[in-house]
Design a protein around this ligand. Structure first.
Ligand SMILES: N[C@@H](CCC(=O)N[C@@H](CS)C(=O)NCC(=O)O)C(=O)O
Ligand SMILES: *[C@@H]1O[C@H](CO)[C@@H](O)[C@H](O)[C@H]1NC(C)=O
Length: 192
């Protein structure tokens, strides 16, 4: 089935621009539709009936609202990570390479800062730290160590987890791993 992607947007919207940047970064072809917010289209009203705001990404008829959710939806980290426990052989090796590059990129973004935004746990840390709950699963299934390649990133994870409200909100890595193994069984995924 051909992928049909529509973005309901407004040229001056900083939220809409988030979606545009993410789509461009991924090379996703899409149809841009400018909205008049004083005269919203039927499609916008139907796609985002509660808030009636742009941007809305419509993927094969399925609307995704909220710019950060849209970015996450477009984001490949999830897809690549998923391959770590659903693929084997060449596909797994390719995914591992891609994943390592993403992590390197994140680590260079972090630089020598304590947190992504600087000295304090902030907005980007909230967005990113949740991925770390799956790191253990990726390592076990992929047979590699994130800390070996990206020690600073792992130190950042530790710093985040030292914050009580963060660690209390995140699911334990071991539980995530059990869950992934359970899913493998349910889906009948065989790994060599
Ligand atoms: N939290 C939303 C904010 C989106 C937003 O505020 N959109 C504004 C335009 S920049 C909008 O559609 N306003 C129309 C309205 O409130 O009726 C996001 O990140 O997507
Ligand atoms: C409102 O939008 C519709 C199309 O969605 C258009 O036909 C109509 O002329 C617009 N009305 C105003 C006042 O701009």
């Amino acid at each position: 089935m051909a992928e049909k992607v529509i973005l309901l947007d407004l040229f001056a919207s900083m939220f809409g621009m988030r979606a545009r940047v993410a789509l461009a970064a991924k090379g996703v072809e899409y149809e841009y539709r400018e909205e008049d917010l004083r005269n919203k289209s039927q499609l916008l009203l139907e796609s985002n009936p509660i808030h009636k705001k742009i941007p809305v990404l419509i993927h094969n008829g399925k609307p995704v609202c909220e710019s950060l959710i849209i970015v996450e939806y477009i984001d490949e980290l999830y897809d690549v990570g998923r391959k770590m426990w659903t693929k084997n052989g060449e596909e797994l090796e390719a995914a591992k390479k891609e994943f390592a590059e993403i992590l390197k990129q994140l680590e260079s973004e972090l630089g020598d800062k304590a947190f992504f935004g600087g000295e304090r746990f902030g907005f980007l840390d909230v967005a990113l730290v949740t991925y770390s709950t799956w790191f253990h699963t990726y390592e076990k299934c992929g047979g590699f160590s994130i800390g070996e390649d990206c020690p600073k990133l792992i130190e950042w994870v530790r710093r985040c987890l030292d914050i009580d409200f963060v660690s209390e909100s995140l699911t334990d890595s071991a539980k995530v791993y059990d869950f992934a193994l359970m899913l493998r069984k349910v889906f009948g995924i065989h790994t060599s």
